[in-house]
Design a protein. Structure first.
Length: 263
């Protein structure tokens, strides 16, 4: 079974790149299931229902989010209404909109569990321990399927790497999101869990993490608040393809992807 995981979609350029490339990627890599991080898909920060529908309409099975999940209040009721298809970090306090994990049946009939977690180091929210949250969720999902994918949305490499080793043998894949730069450390850990520190960004490549370079540089030079703008350059889609044994949930391969939007 092949599962496609795509890194943070940034604004319109990222959405357009996804629409351009997804069908081709699915065909080339015989994809059975697709997961996309969409927390920056609307204006570079947050997600609105219209854009969520657009992304799902491309043929995406599950959307994950991150620390920008609350930036667009319009998404709050959508998170409750579409909790099977879009999840926010599971370690937010009880009572917030949406769900933190889901189980969806792929086109080939295999159930896939997807978990979204938020790191705590250098992040702006006071959330529960992602490690302990993972344990309790995996216990529930594993009753229905051994195929489990984790989006660890975190700032620091160390917290993501620690989650990978902590999860080894418990899930099929741990991928990091949030920092928008694809890392070259894809691997299969000793217990059979695939891992990569960051999927990368699906957005304008000639930019600073998807934003106009001049705006970011001015902020660094002056230390003054400055409104960011999604860059207008063409986007590159970043992600990985996971090959997994649907019977055991063990990873059999992980391949990095970088697909330029050349149209």
């Amino acid at each position: 079974m092949n599962i496609l995981c795509i890194g943070d979609i940034v604004g319109r350029p990222g959405r357009e790149a996804l629409g351009y490339a997804l069908g081709k990627i699915k065909k080339e890599h015989s994809i059975d299931f697709t997961i996309v991080n969409a927390e920056n898909a609307s204006g570079g920060s947050g997600l609105i229902p219209k854009n969520a529908d657009e992304i799902l309409g491309f043929g995406v099975d599950v959307l994950t989010m991150g620390d920008h999940v609350w930036d667009k209040p319009e998404i709050f009721p959508y998170l409750d209404e579409h909790a099977k298809k879009i999840i926010r970090p599971a370690n937010f306090p009880e009572g917030v909109p949406g769900a933190g994990w889901t189980i969806v049946t792929a086109g080939n009939g295999v159930k896939v569990g997807v978990i979204n977690l938020l790191g705590r180091t250098f992040m702006r929210y006071n959330v529960a321990c992602p490690f302990r949250s993972l344990e309790s969720i995996v216990e529930q999902i594993s009753k229905q399927t051994p195929v489990i994918v984790v989006d660890m949305h975190a700032e620091t490499t160390s917290e993501k790497v620690a989650m990978g080793h902590f999860s080894d043998g418990k899930v099929s894949l741990v991928f990091g999101t949030h920092t928008h730069i694809q890392t070259a450390d894809e691997k299969i850990l000793p217990g059979g869990t695939a891992y990569i520190t960051d999927l990368g960004m699906s957005g304008p490549y000639d930019s600073v993490i998807g934003q106009e370079k001049s705006k970011i540089i001015t902020r660094f030079l002056t230390s003054m608040p400055h409104k960011f703008e999604v860059a207008k350059s063409r986007a590159t889609l970043h992600g990985v393809v996971l090959k997994v044994d649907p019977k055991t949930g063990k990873a059999q391969g992980i391949t990095r992807l970088q697909v330029a939007h050349d149209a």
